[in-house]
Structure formats: structure tokens, C-alpha cells
Design a protein around this ligand. Sequence first.
Ligand SMILES: Cc1cc2nc3c(=O)[nH]c(=O)nc-3n(C[C@H](O)[C@H](O)[C@H](O)COP(=O)(O)OP(=O)(O)OC[C@H]3O[C@@H](n4cnc5c(N)ncnc54)[C@H](O)[C@@H]3O)c2cc1C
Length: 604
Amino acid sequence: MTIAERYSDVDDEYEGAAVLVTADRRIDVHVHLSGHFEPIDGRYHWAGRVAPHPDVAALARGGRRAVTVQIGQSPEAPARIAEVDPWGGVRLTGVSRPPWEGPDIGGPGREPAASTSDIAIVGAGFAGLGAAIQLKRAGYHDLVIVEQATEIGGTWRDNSYPGCACDVPSHVYSYSFALNPDWTNTFSGQAEIWDYLRRCAQREGLGPHLRLGCRFEGARWDETEQRWRITTSAGEHVARVLILATGPLSVPSVPDIPGLESFAGTVVHSARWRHDHDLTGRRVAVVGTGASAIQIVPSIQPLVAHLSLFQRTPAWIMPKRTRPITRFERALFRHVPGAQRVVRIGAYWLRELQAVGFLHPAVNRFGQRIALAHLRRQVPDPRLREKLTPTYVMGCKRILLSNDYLPAVAQSNVELVTEPIREVRPDGVVTADGQLHEVDTIILSTGFHVTDPPIFGVVTGRDNRTLADAWTPTMRAHRGTMVAGFPNLFVLLGPNTGLGHTSVVLMVESQLRHVRNVLDHADRRGVEALEPTPEAQRRWTELVDRRMRGTVWVSGGCASWYLDATGRNSTLWPGYATGFRLRLRRLRPQELTVPQRRRTVVPA
Ligand SMILES: Cc1cc2nc3c(=O)[nH]c(=O)nc-3n(C[C@H](O)[C@H](O)[C@H](O)COP(=O)(O)OP(=O)(O)OC[C@H]3O[C@@H](n4cnc5c(N)ncnc54)[C@H](O)[C@@H]3O)c2cc1C
């Protein structure tokens, strides 16, 4: 039964008594609500009015907008209260099951039927959208995309900080099956990339497949039914195939700095930018000097009164060969068949060449010379230069590209702080030497939970084992995509599929070919499910670890987010993107096995 069918016999309107529940009280009110099932996001939207009530009006005026609503014996439904109207009533909205839906539908004894699809994809970023497009094109139309946000776009929706742009040329940082002749810059900005993703989704008709504002809360492999039983914020969903495309860089990491919660000013994470917080004339702390910080600092430095930049480890920074793409070039890409493909191939191989330095660190000494010359040119002060000079081999941490970061750091309103942070106080940041850096805004440019996102703990495969169990102490996946013990589960940008030198979209596309190969193979064999053999997964992991030896990531003398708690690099692919693509091109059926179906025991 689909969600639409489930709600088809529910009354669309309710007028009567209800209770608004906040953290500390229950308010009896009179409401008039109506709703409808919205096919665009596959959810039930409802709204209406609460009759004038002084306590509710006070909540709305006081900015306490999140409440839950309970009608009769129905379970509480999350809701938001909006503005107070001239007569003292307030508007109430929600996206959930209808709050007036009686317990006879949702209550004990009669579990609401789950929606179903052949394939469920979690996440609507580059990977999830790419998966949906490719699978639809291959004839797999019965799929849903579960996305917790109310808009698609992943990384490029969430990272809207000033200066946000890709650091791999746009011609390569896009789908090979949807080239974009309209890029306006060789390294496009966030808005343009986000817009590209939205246009791809629209062109490919993904709208009806999207379940926006729907959070994936967990999944369990049902060994009897050979299906994934998926729990989402919108209810149960059952699918044969589960594709996790939740992104390696999507859960912001907030550092455990003592006193951070006591800060009296505003704390912003780079991936959750506060556009309502004007930085003009403020005293700002930027914590971290990685890929996001080097884009943020030059964008805000001219605005702020003072910027304290807290650096733990300096990054190797290379010049960024960025330029606008001319109208002539764009016309060429649009009208001359193959023109953009040729430019893309050129950019692809130039990037592939750069992998040499990661695999053979001695080669990166040449790159270091270029970076040091760049630093000398841009930072005249030798003391500041010294603080900005890395002591590890280039490539061990992500190599950053920028033409304006170093000049911004050299400005008089910027202080580069290399003392470790000891604590945060209401009025600023205190470093290990006891100095208080007074600020009113803290920008955390502190990255993401890469090797330990919470989602690993809620995906349960055969034998009651979660991905977190299987990946303790380190993440391993066959061909970076499938995991032994987790039938029909595909993890996009899974273990050892990241790249330091080129676009990860190339890796996603290789994985998608593998997904299609596996599904087609299951179809041909007439089996419901497949998973990798433990032996095949072990051999793949050995290959990865063997190739990792001697690379700059494990020998370059730095600690980076590429390494997990065991010190193993479980995030990056130790080679050329081409090598990964070739390895995933063809399926080796002997590496897959059919999971045993558990028989249901019917009591006598
Ligand atoms: C600022 C920034 C710049 C980058 N620049 C580059 C670059 O130049 N080149 C490059 O190759 N890579 C770059 N990356 C890496 C980037 O993350 C990947 O290129 C790519 O965007 C990842 O796509 P994805 O679909 O796997 O993940 P994401 O884009 O992160 O999408 C994951 C989606 O899953 C959703 N989701 C997560 N959990 C749940 C849940 N429980 N329920 C429902 N939905 C959920 C999220 O809301 C999100 O929409 C950059 C990353 C950042 C942060």
C-alpha cells in the first residue's frame, strides 16, 4: 500500500478539541484543521487555526514555535505555531500523519501498513540523485528517495557559507551523463552547483520519487521476507534494495571544547550557515583552517572588525587556476557536439596525473616547492609565513587551492592563533597560554563525522548485526559498496572510495554501474537478494590495504580525518579513479552469494 493509498480514506478536515503540548505544559484548545496528501514529497501536510487563547498567543509571541498536537486518543503529532492573527488566534501547521487520524488506524492492534517500493535510496545529494537517474534509465522505476531536508542538493544545499565553491574543475565535478554547458566558472560556486542538481532532478522526472522532509531512522533486514524494513519519520517503508547515499560529509562535527555551550554570542557551523547573522563590524573567531575555512576567511575578512583564526595544523595551499568561462566557450559547449566532452577528458587526465604525488610522496616535493613559492609571494611577513608552513609531506592532508586565503590572513584585522584552544567563555575563546580572545561570533569550520556517522548504528543486517558492529574497529566494504552480512545494501561513497585528487562523482558513477550489474545479475538468476562473500570482501580489503602502504596518507607524518581511530585509512581509494572504475566495470558473480532465507515457524 502506498502512503497516498493509506491516507485516501482519512477525513481531510477536523474541527474540535485538541491539546497543544510543549516541553513544560499542556494547553487545551479548540482547532479547525484540514490537510491533504502531497504527491511531490509523498507526505501528509496539514494546517489550520487555533481559536484565540492567551497562552498560545504568548507562546507564538515568545518565539516558541515547536509544539505537538494531540487530538483525542491519537498519538501526538509534531507541529509549528505561526503568527498571531488580529483576533488572537494562531496558525498551526504540520507535516505528519493527520493528527485527527483515530487510534483505529494508527493505534495498537492495527499497525498502519507500510509503503513499499523495489528500491529505497536514502539521501538526495550527488550520489542519491545520480542513483535514481541511472536506475530509472536502466528500467528500475519503482524507487523512492528518502531525504530528511525539505529540498534536494545535499552538500550543495547545506554548505551555503560565503565563498563556497568546488575545488575540482566543474567539467569533471558533474555527472558524465548530464554535462552542463552553462558553468560560468572553471570552479563553480555553491549556488550554481545546487541549481545544476535541481535541474538534473527535474529533467529526469525525479519529483514523484522524492520523499522530502522524511528522515531515515533505521533499517532492518527481514530474513524471512528478504526485504529491508525501513523506519522513517513518515512511517514504515519496505524495500528489496536499500541504497545509502547519506554522504560522507553530511553530519557536521562540533568540537568538544569545554564551555562552548556557555558562549554568549552566536556559534555557526560552516555547514549550517546563519544568513540572518550579519558579520559586519563583528569580532569573529574561525576555528579550523581546512577546505571550508580557506573559502570563508577571504570572504568575511573585509567585513569583520577583527578575525581570530585558530589553526591547529597549517595546510599546503596551491594556486587555484580559476577563471570565468566565456560566453563563446559556453556557446561552443552547447552547440558543438563533443566539445565539452573533450575539455572534460583533458581535465580528467590532468587530475589523474596528480594522483602520482599521493601514491609516490617523493613526487609531491615538487608540488611543495610551488606551494612554498605561492606562500612567499602572498605573505611578506616571515614570522607569519613560518606559522603557515606545514611540516608534513604535501598530500597527507587535503591539498587546498586558493588565491585569496593567504593575502586575507596577512591583513591587519586578522590574527592567526596557533596556541591550542583551552576553553570557551561567554565572551570569547581562551587558548592554552591563558589568553582570552574576545569575540562575539564563533564560526566552526571543523568538518564532519566521516568514519563514525550515527547512521551506521541503525542499519541492521543478517544475524542482528549493525553496520557499526560490522565496522568496528574499521570500515570495510566489498568494492567500497557492498557489505558481507547486509544483503541488497549498497553504500555510495562507502569505505575507501574518497579521493584526494579528483571528483568523487567519478567514484559514485563507478559504484552505480556496480549496483546495476548486481541488480541485473540477481534478476537473471531469479534471486531476490545478493551479498558479497566474506572471502571476496576480505580480498578487496587486502588489496586496498596493500595499495595504501607507502602512500602519503599513511607515511606523510600527519594526523588527518582520512584515518580512523585505529590509524587505518578507511576513507580514501589508494589509487587512480581510473583503477577503481576499471575494477567495478565488470561483475564477478563468484564474489556474490544468495543469503539464506530464514523459514517462518508456524505454531501448531
Ligand atoms: C564544502 C564542500 C565542498 C566540497 N567540494 C568538493 C569538490 O570540489 N569535489 C569533490 O569531489 N567533492 C567535494 N566535496 C565532497 C562532497 O561531499 C561530495 O562531492 C558529494 O557532494 C557527496 O554527495 P553525496 O550525495 O554522497 O552526499 P551529500 O551531498 O552529503 O548528500 C547526502 C544527503 O543525504 C541526506 N541524509 C543524510 N542522513 C539522512 C537521513 N538519516 N535521512 C534522510 N536523509 C538523510 C542529507 O540531508 C543529504 O541531502 C565537498 C564537500 C563539502 C562539504
